[in-house]
Design a protein around this ligand. Structure first.
Ligand code: ATP
Ligand code: MG
Length: 573
């Protein structure tokens, strides 16, 4: 039998593989004529025994050109689309076994079912007839369920296997960029040229690969750093109703890393474009994009794209962690992620469980968050701190997703609508918030000055309920209330204005030692700012010493205190 193979951009070993497979397919030795045909752009077209096997990139491009029209986007004509696609096809390299192909038996809502494609793996990429890509998510002997990431397909069309899993470009080149979960630029700049790629799914470090969390990650928010400290490598959940300042806490934490040598990754899942634009413009304004990467899968993306977004962000963060650096990754938010996964699972005909989520929704988040770690010194000592965000309904933290994620993380920052609306911002509920590992990472200076803050606040909040009824209180209770109200006022902090460690230490020192005792409660926040401004002018060396050493000795303490008392006296005159 004779055959002609037109090919382009294929290595000799790939050609050898093609030859071997055709021999096996026809069960006899075929006499080939290999013709280099650059117009194909890649792949091959083989004519053998009256059959044609078309696995060329150019045919895929043509298929796309014919099918696609872009009524909404005048800049997206067939030519530019073909260019985009050929870049993509380059990324998803043509190196798979061309004979493993099946047929689409159902297609709708971004989910396809494919028959005659045995031996697939969970998470494997499949190539559609138009060069698009789908992700295998439901694998059985006779059928594969897959979510379409790019491109389109319909019933009867061919789908081929790639034996590759989804990966994303990673590296320092991504800093300052906004990308999609598959690594395409969303900021109008050219595709980032990265020298490395990482699979979006990757096993979490084992026990021997980790060491205890021991270094702080300062958020710059007084209420969190003092009472719910976060350490590098910790997973701390930010949980609260809608519009309670969850995103703001995460963004402020990113802003506070400007001089901390921490790379930040912000992953937006299923959010409105306007919300993401606001975060990005804040980061740009405060010059935080130079150390930040934004990965965005907006609400308009397919459920599949939203589903892979946090894993992609994690892969990008892992690159930095495994190269010995510290990285902070924010998943905003995992409730929307779970909803996207539920939509996908239902379309894949998986049986629904509690709240209609599929049975493996716990594993969905545990395998993501377990990838955050403080690595051992042998592995370079890098860390990945994760701040997942979860939205609750009417403060119900016992719903399915909240309880799951609470049990996976090392603590939670619980935000309350009521506090937020009463003007207590950030609206942290101190009673329900915990940090299970951060305490040992807290700086010594901080530990020395926190004192009875948590207790005072708890007592104050409890007693203030009585006060609402105009109850009479004795003098010791009144004194406690006075202390409590001032401390709670001190914790109010405007957004995007993080404190340095030294600032926080000074404020706590002042509160513990009654510096604000003579100030009216509503003036505390204002006085605190003026106090700090003054301290920066008169005690710069003391502040620097606190920041540099992370500790405070009695001498500096007393010098700072006496200076603060002096300032307060002057301010109250
Ligand atoms: P959503 O549920 O919509 O995602 P969210 O919980 O992420 O909301 P944010 O978007 O962070 O909440 O904040 C809600 C609003 O509150 C925003 O307009 C924000 O500017 C404001 N806000 C948040 N924190 C503070 C603060 N500390 N001081 C003043 N305003 C704040
Ligand atoms: Mg938000």
């Amino acid at each position: 039998m004779k055959g002609t193979v037109h090919y382009a951009n294929m290595t000799p070993s790939e050609l050898e593989n093609v030859r071997a497979r055709f021999d096996a397919l026809f069960g006899e030795k075929v006499e080939y004529d290999f013709v280099l045909t650059p117009e194909l752009k890649g792949g091959f077209i083989a004519h053998i025994g009256g059959k044609t096997f078309d696995m060329s990139i150019s045919s895929r491009l043509n298929a796309v050109r014919e099918r696609m029209t872009y009524p909404d986007d005048p800049s997206m004509n067939a030519e530019t689309f073909a260019k985009v696609l050929s870049e993509r096809t380059g990324a998803f390299k043509f190196d798979h076994d061309v004979f493993d192909y099946g047929t689409v038996v159902s297609s709708g809502d971004g989910i396809i079912h494919v028959k005659d494609l045995p031996g697939r793996r969970y998470g494997e990429l499949l190539t559609l007839a138009d060069g698009g890509v789908a992700l295998a998510l439901e694998v059985s002997d006779n059928e594969v369920g897959a979510a379409v990431l790019f491109g389109q397909t319909s019933v009867g069309e061919r789908v081929s296997a790639t034996e590759r899993v989804l990966d994303i470009p990673v590296g320092d080149e991504l800093l300052g960029r906004i990308i999609s979960p598959t690594g395409e630029p969303l900021d109008g700049r050219p595709s980032p040229v990265c020298h490395a790629r990482r699979p979006i799914e990757y096993p979490a470090p084992g026990i021997m690969d980790r060491k205890a969390v021991s270094r702080p990650l300062q958020t710059g928010l007084l209420s969190i750093d003092s009472m719910i400290p976060i350490g590098r490598g910790q997973r701390e959940l930010i949980i609260g109703d809608r519009q309670t300042g969850k995103t703001t806490i995460a963004v402020d934490t990113i802003l506070n890393q400007h001089d901390q040598d921490v790379v930040c990754v912000y992953c937006a899942i299923g959010q409105k474009a306007s919300a993401v634009a606001e975060v990005v413009s804040t980061l740009r304004e405060k010059d935080a994009m130079r150390y930040t990467i934004v990965i965005n899968s907006p609400a308009s993306d397919s459920a599949a794209m939203q589903y892979i977004a946090p894993y992609a962000a994690c892969a990008v963060a892992e690159y930095f962690m495994y190269s010995g650096r510290d990285v902070l990754v924010v998943y905003d938010d995992l409730s929307k992620h779970a909803v996207a996964y539920r939509a996908m699972s239902l379309l894949l005909h998986r049986p629904p469980g509690r709240e209609a989520y599929p049975g493996d929704v716990f594993y969905l988040h545990s395998r993501l968050l377990e990838r955050g770690a403080q690595l051992s010194s042998e592995l370079g000592g890098g860390s990945m701190t994760a701040l997942p965000i979860v939205e609750t309904m009417a403060g119900d933290i016992s719903a399915y997703i909240p309880t799951n994620v609470i049990s996976i993380t090392d603590g939670q920052i619980f935000l309350e609508s009521e506090l937020f609306h009463s003007g207590m911002r950030p609206a942290v509920n101190v009673g329900l918030s915990v940090s299970r590992v951060g305490r040992s990472a807290q700086k010594a200076a901080m530990r020395k000055v926190t004192g009875t803050l948590r207790l005072d606040l708890a007592q104050y909040r409890e007693m203030s309920v009585f006060l609402q009824f105009g109850a009479e209180v004795d003098s010791s209770t009144a004194a406690m209330l006075e202390r409590g109200v001032r401390k709670s006022e001190l914790l109010k902090q405007p957004k995007h204005d993080p404190y340095s460690l030294a600032d926080e230490v000074c404020l706590l020192l002042a509160a513990e030692n009654g510096v604000f005792a003579s100030v009216a409660a509503e003036d505390v926040a204002d006085r605190a700012r003026r106090l700090l401004r003054r301290l920066h002018a008169v005690c710069p060396d003391e502040l620097k010493a606190v920041s540099a050493r992370g500790d405070i000795d009695e001498e500096i303490k007393s010098r700072l205190l006496s200076e603060m008392r002096k300032v307060m006296r002057r301010l109250s005159r």
